[in-house]
Design a protein around this ligand. Sequence first.
Ligand code: HAS
Ligand code: CU1
Length: 537
Amino acid sequence: MSRHRLAAAHFAVAVAAFAVAACLGLLQALSIAGVELPKWGEAQFYLSMTAHGVLMALVFTTFFIMGLGYLFARETLGRLVGEKTAWTAFGLAIVGSVGAAWVVLAGKGTVLYTFYPPLQAHPAFYIGATLLVVGSWLWGGVLLASYRSWRRDNPGLPAPLPVHGMLATVIVWYLATAGLAVEVVGMLIPWSLGWVETIDPVVARTFFWWFGHPLVYFWLLPTYVLWYTVIPRVAGGRLFSEPLARMVFVLFVLFSTPVGFHHQFADPGIEAGWKLVHTFSTYAILFPSLVTAFTVIASLEVAGRLKGARGLFDWIGKLPWGDPFFASVALAMLTFTLGGLGGAINAAYAMNTMVHNTAWIQGHFHLTVGTTVGLTFMGATYWLLPRLTGRELRLPALARLQPYLWFAGMVLFSGANHVAGLMGMPRRIYDVTYLGAEQAARWVPLTRIAAAGAVLLFVSALCYVVVSVATWLSGRRSEAPAFEFARPLVPVAGRGLWDRLGLWTVAAVILIAIAYAYPLLHLLSQQRFGSPGVAPF
Ligand code: HAS
Ligand code: CU1
């Protein structure tokens, strides 16, 4: 444990944030389905939705990913340079998260997790979020410093694949949060402090989505690291192709950021041609996930065949479906097939107009971040805990059941939301009946199916938290198993093009400049709502 105390501390915060957010999620789904809850009204609904989004999407994920980064660096590079800085980062991130959560729970920051102006929070909300991000920047710095130190000792070797993936995550995160920093430090904090009277909502949203889309890959890349470097091993197989895996991470560095307008198709002030450019790059960013589907499935097939499977599909039956980590990831992958398809639908202007701001969107992101990422992290916890704490998993039957419960709950919750969205049910709405409007009668029954799903999800979340806490506190002590990573079928010999991460970062910056420079200048040239009306146009 002591070797990985830092990582363990991050996982503990992640599980705690998850536990609180899971309770709020259930309340919201029941409320939408029309269940009367005590002391609950419109204000509580939006407050809860903000807290749920911030705690799940920003706090749970960020702490879990930071923990994974430290763990992979220590295990595969044999070092962590700047451990004191890492603890400082942890402290900053905790202070920031607690501060922001406190503002929300006190009712002074009901701005949802996208905090679009003109919704305004108490300055402490934005400052708290900034501290969380600064903590994560320091985390990235520690990973980079550890890698550089390792590189000096191992000049000819490619970075171990888990570190290659985590470095790509760090780069995506730095590129993404540059946009967030401009929005929060340059616009939202001065505005919330009253230093400026107005800010331009479209400019703010543009910087938000500069950050907001790559944010989803900040969540997804560590998930992929687990899929590529651990799951083939857990399944008893080999990684099918290491070069493909390295390429995938590089493609995410390149294409994660210049796509933000696919969240702003409905926003005025951005020219249609530029929206189309972002649609094209969005379709480019589908490709590395399709490659991942191929490579990971091929790796699992190798596992099944090594166990003696014959024929076309027998290998599927040979996979360890009773292992909670494997089952979590397999179900997460199945879910992503649909979530990814939904993403491709969202990215097309015409189809986006049918689903934008409807319940379809919450259906989409509960498949993607809520299951593909979330369920993978939950499953990974069952793999991590015995290795971190030297304690055997407590209540293994609950752990085995948990991913299946989550999957079943999500089929109901997300399925119902997708269909309701197509019928026109809006997202983020307290009263989805529209005071009993006739049209709403079509989707109201679906909210009850979603609520039934939410109950299953809550039970599954409870199992996860109970197993984690019980293992941590009272698991039987035994020798901690080693952290073992998947070996590739054919090892890569030396450093290649996909390992030139510095070069790819420069290319990514150029792509971001192409995607954003003109549209931003154009927005800033229009004098309205606090935009400066800069000269060139
Ligand atoms: Fe998304 C909105 C487009 C992926 C999260 N997305 C959101 C929002 C969130 C989110 C949170 O173009 C809401 C934001 C808000 O609050 O307003 N999304 C995409 C596209 C992808 C995509 C093109 N999204 C994600 C991921 C997320 C995430 C990943 C979180 C982690 N999304 C959009 C668009 C919107 C949007 C628009 C705006 C909509 C609007 O109007 O507001 C792609 O990255 C998807 C690529 C995925 C694939 C699937 C690959 C499949 C794999 C598994 C294969 C395994 C199998 C089974 C088959 C191409 C890798 C294995 C077999 C065994 C035997 C085990
Ligand atoms: Cu996006």
